[in-house]
Write a protein that binds this ligand. Structure first.
Ligand SMILES: [Zn+2]
Ligand SMILES: [Zn+2]
Length: 171
């Protein structure tokens, strides 16, 4: 969804829309979802766009450790300041970014690509590692059993590593 700068003024304009999985190009393939419900409130102050976004999405993926399905519910808000990339790149520009808590990003060619900003935010909000539970015990590398469901005997005979065979050969 694209917003032209001339559509905006100092009053807040609200845009509600939904993104489908195919709209997100940077999100890794292992994440899927039905729809991401987005809302953007935009106001233009001189050349600067104040952007307040909220979104909700339920992402289906799998546990990094045991590979069982995991769903992650995200209900997030964020604030951005968008500045004109062209004015920022001018070497003579007297542009100063005030050190506010909001993040600064760019718009290009008098256009704001809403979906891009929501996707970037989703990538920031996703947990770095995805686990079905804090104490997921994973899959046994030896017999392949999901150790959250069954236990196996493999951990009992750690001594039988490939190196113990090497030791026998040397002897
Ligand atoms: Zn797990
Ligand atoms: Zn095992």
């Amino acid at each position: 969804m694209k917003i032209k700068l001339h559509q905006l003024d100092e009053e807040i304009s609200k845009f509600d829309f939904q993104l489908a999985r195919k709209d997100l190009l940077k999100l890794e393939h292992r994440f899927s979802f039905d729809s991401m419900v987005c809302s953007a409130e935009l106001a233009l102050k001189r050349d600067t766009v104040q952007f307040h976004g909220t979104y909700a999405v339920e992402i289906e993926t799998s546990c990094d450790i045991c590979l069982e399905p995991v769903s992650i519910r995200l209900d997030q808000e964020f604030d951005l300041i968008l500045i004109d990339e062209a004015s920022y790149l001018e070497p003579e520009s007297d542009f100063e970014i005030s050190t506010q808590s909001e993040d600064v990003d760019f718009y290009r060619g008098q256009e704001i690509l809403l979906s891009e900003h929501f996707e970037d935010q989703l990538l920031l909000d996703l947990p770095f590692s995805i686990k079905c539970s804090e104490n997921c015990r994973g899959i046994c590398p030896n017999c392949g059993v999901n150790r959250n469901v069954e236990s196996c005997q493999c951990s009992d005979n750690r001594g039988s590593s490939p190196f113990s065979i090497l030791g026998d050969l040397k002897g």
